[in-house]
Write a protein that binds this ligand. Sequence first.
Ligand code: CO8
Length: 255
Amino acid sequence: MSELLISQNERVLTLTLHRPEARNALNNALLESLANELEKAERDAGIGAVVITGSERFFAAGADLKEMASRDMPATLNDPRPQLWARIDRFPKPLLAAVNGYALGAGCELVMLCDIAVAGDNARFGLPEITLGIMPGAGGTQRLIRSVGKALAFRMVLTGEALSAERAQQAGLVADVYPAALTLEYAQKLAARIAQHAPLALQAAKTALRQAHEASLAQGLQQERQLFTLLAATEDRQEGISAFLEKRPAAFKGR
Ligand code: CO8
């Protein structure tokens, strides 16, 4: 049976991590399946947003420690993992995480790579690598500090201790918290609301927002203005504004 379950409802694709025997640990095969499905979703105009989720008890317990244990320094240097993460990170459409239970290590890093995280009240977010004699290696140190600030990022990385869903929401790691049984449904509804918007505008907004994390303010402002100007050439912009002025729903075409 595949370790990545795939389902689609209208414009929302849901990818469910399914390795229960390893608490959804992200081995290379599972990361590759995620990258492949996201690349397919990128090419499919019928998909407007993607939700990644796990089970009700665990989102993902990190990198696969059995796989990692077998890798020495040269093997780690030549590990295809950074390329797999980069492929996932390149996904240009809105990407949401619906998190119940543990999101640890690489599982937490996957959540941070997503654009919006929605959590169940039983979720726990942590980077426990330090307890294993290693450190986060898939964006954890870089994305966490930009998301929750210096004090909490240092505390989490240096102690390895996890945050509750409530604390993660206060810190800005998570957008919404729901009762665990409803997390996925709410995330899918949020994704559906997002996916009804103009695809090119969503893509441009995502690119510009990510600049805030990944580039200097001056570069970010410049790119935001360039993307804003480019959108002026789209049919969807004309349609969106006309629909508002004519008091009718917009019919976006991705052009
Ligand atoms: N990898 C592999 N197997 C795992 C992992 C994992 N990360 N986590 C759990 N498992 C396996 C266990 O070995 C066990 O297998 P078995 O039944 O064969 O003994 C099975 O899942 C069940 O585990 P538990 O009995 O511990 O399950 P619980 O539900 O009691 O506990 C926990 C769940 C709390 C998630 C617990 O399993 C745990 O603490 N796991 C380890 C968490 C961890 O340390 N994660 C960090 C991993 S390191 C990392 O992510 C580094 C990323 C850097 C990437 C760099 C790439 C370039």
